[in-house]
Design a protein around this ligand. Structure first.
Ligand SMILES: NC(=O)c1ccc[n+]([C@@H]2O[C@H](COP(=O)([O-])OP(=O)(O)OC[C@H]3O[C@@H](n4cnc5c(N)ncnc54)[C@H](OP(=O)(O)O)[C@@H]3O)[C@@H](O)[C@H]2O)c1
Length: 324
């Protein structure tokens, strides 16, 4: 099979497309013939060795795919060869064939194209777990989503809307992205590079926002504490700024808010029942509300470097997808 390969920790331009041995499904695994694979921010961090997971070299990046079931490993049940599925993976998605544990493979709904189905699992589950389970978002509560035109951000805006949030405020890093977050359901869209977003959030919410979804971290995360409501919840999703945020415990106490972490992937190992339940709850909501990924670009396998550079340029909107 053909696959994208990182032979050493590297930059996107150093990735190669090579003929590799077909993977064998291990016990409990599903072998998937990939038709589309979506990019995620961690793909770039992973090939550079900057992600929390560092696969042994050489490895094939790629964390989520759509495709058809090719074969089942011993003990893997519930799928038929040829069935159209979407799957999230620890790595290995940018390839013609990949394997995933059966718990992380799901039937792809007809309402999603292959590119949309590939782009769905990781960011929608992250945003659903963050908003519905970790922050316990209630109907009518206001929500602030940072980097709202990115993968997890756009999913968070759509899911907040579907969960019945009150005012949804979305921030982005350039004016070109304002329209896409409005179309996804944001009531207020603003550019945090050019506007005093803390003052605007306070003005829009009468003092403070109930739930903040923060994939940026660094100074942006610290400023969130200035516009969070009484009993508000800040969900720490990631650190695209390249830095962690520092929260002051006395401030958390005095203002009565919570800072909540989310490592969605950990549920698969720590609480598989919740992991399964999350998928069912998310797909029920998706069937009702009809949200789907915005595919901001498609690429062939040999254009992986271009796709990754576009992703890290901050100009990408929604999800970038490799198709073959
Ligand atoms: N906690 C979890 O379980 C979980 C699961 C999945 C992903 N994540 C994390 O969520 C974050 C976003 O992932 P994603 O796949 O949605 O990313 P993405 O689609 O590539 O979006 C990243 C966006 O981050 C913003 N950003 C802000 N500061 C940046 C900087 N210094 N450099 C680059 N981008 C910057 C940019 O948008 P603007 O310029 O518009 O702000 C950029 O478009 C990542 O940190 C990822 O690791 C966490």
């Amino acid at each position: 099979m053909k696959a994208v390969v990182a032979r050493e920790l590297c930059e996107p331009k150093d990735l190669t497309v090579e003929e590799m041995p077909d993977p064998e499904p291990k016990k409990g695994d599903v072998l998937v013939r990939v038709s589309a694979a979506a990019l995620n921010f961690p793909d770039v961090l992973m090939i550079q060795g900057k992600y929390q997971v560092r696969p042994p070299l050489p490895f094939t990046p790629g964390l989520e795919v759509c495709g058809t079931v090719e074969a089942l490993g011993e003990g893997a049940e519930g799928f038929e060869p040829g069935q159209r599925v979407m799957a999230q993976l620890a790595m290995g998605g940018f390839a013609e064939l990949t394997t995933a544990p059966a718990i992380a493979v799901h039937a792809a709904p007809d309402s999603l194209s292959d590119a949309e189905a590939a782009a769905f699992p990781l960011v929608y589950q992250t945003s659903f777990f963050g908003l519905a389970y970790r922050a316990q978002l209630q109907r009518g509560e206001s929500v602030l989503v940072h980097s709202a035109a990115g993968g997890v951000g756009l999913a968070a805006v759509q899911i907040a809307k579907a969960l019945g949030a009150g005012k949804i405020i979305a921030t982005v890093g350039s004016d070109e992205k304002l329209d896409v977050v409005r179309e996804a359901g944001a009531d207020v869209a603003l550019n945090y590079q050019t506007e005093d977003w803390v003052a605007r959030v306070k003005a829009e919410t009468g003092g403070g926002v109930d739930v903040i979804y923060d994939p940026v971290g660094g100074p942006v995360g610290e400023l969130c504490t200035k516009c969070i409501a009484f009993e508000g919840r800040i969900i720490v999703i990631g650190f695209t700024s390249g830095d962690f945020s520092t929260y002051r415990s006395n401030h958390i106490l005095i203002k009565n808010y919570s800072v909540i972490g989310l490592h969605w992937g950990a549920y698969r190992f720590k609480n598989p029942a919740r992991f399964d339940e999350g998928w069912r709850d998310l797909m029920q909501l998706q069937a009702k509300a009809g949200f789907k990924p915005v595919v901001g670009g498609t690429y062939s396998m040999d254009r992986i470097a271009e796709a990754m550079e576009h992703l890290r340029s901050r100009k990408a909107v929604g999800k970038l997808v490799m198709e073959w």
